[in-house]
Design a protein around this ligand. Structure first.
Ligand code: AMP
Length: 208
């Protein structure tokens, strides 16, 4: 199973990717997590990409492509979350997979209106110990996750609006890109977390 999952910030792509990886055994590769880990390590690259991340801007294509590439050949079952984010990245992914002799099985587009997304993002928290993502109201952390629970630097209202603009402008056109290749699956992300998971699992033929 080789699948990409994309959607506007707050549609729950990280949450769904985590759940689907857990249920199918596929590797969850999140370029956003790679970016945050690089920033946290305070490496030269991390310092260079921090300003893009904190503003809600995309990290330049050539940097993110080089960061994602090594993971593609590591396992034969993965779910790529947050990559590609534009057509140049989609083409780079096709090229990289072509070199490795694989193809994509599905491209999942998670869809939700902007106003629902802003509400979700403002309540989003990540656990620093487990890396899991929660929502203060809709999906609060369980007692066995010790936290601490923190809000992302780019979950400010200004950065959220900016990221949504970039999504509509650059990432949303990937729906046509993958539709033309016959692998697009659109999922209604306003449904409950388990319902969305079911829909995605059905779409990738992993619903048992
Ligand atoms: P995410 O967790 O997927 O929302 O990503 C957080 C941030 O990491 C984005 O706002 C970008 O700054 C950077 N990032 C993650 N994936 C990509 C990508 N495919 N292309 C460019 N920047 C990315």
């Amino acid at each position: 199973m080789r699948v990409v999952i994309f959607g506007p910030q707050g549609a729950g792509k990280g949450t769904q990717a985590q759940r689907i990886a857990q249920k199918t055994g596929a590797e969850h590769i999140s370029t956003g997590d790679l970016v945050r880990a690089e920033i946290k390590s305070d490496s030269e690259l991390g310092q260079k990409i921090q300003e893009y991340n904190d503003r809600g801007d995309l990290v330049p294509d050539e940097i993110i492509i080089e960061m994602a590439k090594p993971y593609l050949a590591q396992t034969d079952a993965w779910l790529l979350d947050g990559f590609p984010r534009n057509e140049a990245q989609a083409k780079a992914l096709d090229d990289a997979l072509g070199d490795l002799g694989f193809g994509l099985d599905a491209a999942i587009a998670m869809e939700a209106p902007d106003d629902a997304l802003v509400e979700r993002l403002s309540g989003r928290r990540a656990s620093e110990s487990t890396g899991r993502i929660y929502h203060v109201e809709h999906d609060p952390p369980p007692e066995d996750d010790p936290g601490p629970f923190t809000q992302r630097n780019d979950d400010t209202e200004e950065a959220i609006r900016h990221r949504l603009e970039i999504y509509h402008e650059q990432t949303e056109p990937l729906k046509d890109y993958y539709d033309e290749r016959g692998i697009l699956v659109s999922v209604d992300a306003t449904k409950s977390i388990p319902e969305v998971t079911e829909e995605v699992l059905r779409a990738v033929g992993e619903d048992g």
